[in-house]
Ligand binder design. Sequence first.
Ligand code: PLP
Length: 385
Amino acid sequence: MPIYLDSNATSQIDPEVIEAMLPFLREHYANPSSAYRMAKPARDAVATARREVAAMLGADPDEIVFTSCGTESNNTAIASALALYPEKRHVITTAAEHDAVLAPCQALEEHGLEVTYLGVNEGGLIDLEELRAALRPGETALVSILWANNETGVIAPVAEAAAIAHEAGALVHTDAVQAFGKIPVSVTEADVDMLSLSGHKFHAPKGVGVLYLSSRVRFEPQLLGGGQESGRRSGTENVAGIVALGTAARLMGEHDEAEVQALRDQFENGLRTRVPDYEINGDPAHRLPTTSSLYFPGIDAAGLLLLLDDEDVCASAGSACHTSALHSSHVLAAMGFDRRRASGTMRFSFSRFNVSEEVEQAVEIIASKVEKMRSLRTSGPIRRA
Ligand code: PLP
């Protein structure tokens, strides 16, 4: 059995989630929009999932729109904000966002809009005064802030940022794909207008997401067609996926993430005794309880990843949730770290499906591989006589 320490890339589907979705693949396959009685279980199940997600977010069920993934939710939120306010040609986001926000922002720039990328400090945190200074009342359409960073787990002050952005009349979106279920994510506390989630990051399958849309703001749909999701996202509902996401959201609420934090802490403390010189990326006081982004001086993370793979330990070097292509981390660069630090950084991310024994095993394996890599380096190249 592999030791899976890469839950920020994608998470194991909870067996209870699989059980919940199976009837909607087997018997209740009717289109939820159909009028006959056979469609009612599918329709009811989508409504239940909507309530389950809303309950976790402190939202109204009508404010939940099901999408195909976090990427769609992010792209839709940005496109809607700009379509609503064509006279506003400015967007603010951060330099440490996920590509699912950065790429659409870069596309906006190609179309002549202006995007301000807020910097982050060495701990990965934005400066709220920099946000305040960047806002242009009457011009800034949207502020989009990543709630928790996928690479480092650093948690942004979303509630404070939202309040500042609203004062300047901007809409606020947050990508809460990594935060949801790991820390409290409440739209009543953070008072954002739009928020993105992705099922596969919290033990539902891939291919289903959520866009929360506050009832107080207008919305410009991006997928037009049959008018599903109250006209906000056309396309026949992925009923089984939606049921899975709703169930997974409810289960996140029932589990205590302190248990996952205990595993993460066991991992970091165990490793500290074996590889004392590793450094943690990200402000320790504002970090997801489930993520370890660790810099091993003198180690090539891509090489370490391969050695770990030989031992069936799954982790990632930087952010590898989209491809296996290794590119230097823009997140670590934004934090002011050089390429050396980025290429020596590994990300380990934990979930409730990890157990203490495998964490202990992983520590041993990682420590021995790091020692091996270092000893090969210090012994130098093989010389011919
Ligand atoms: N936002 C963040 C912070 C992520 O970590 C991911 C993961 O890949 C995404 C967005 C994209 O989500 P999805 O894979 O559902 O498109």
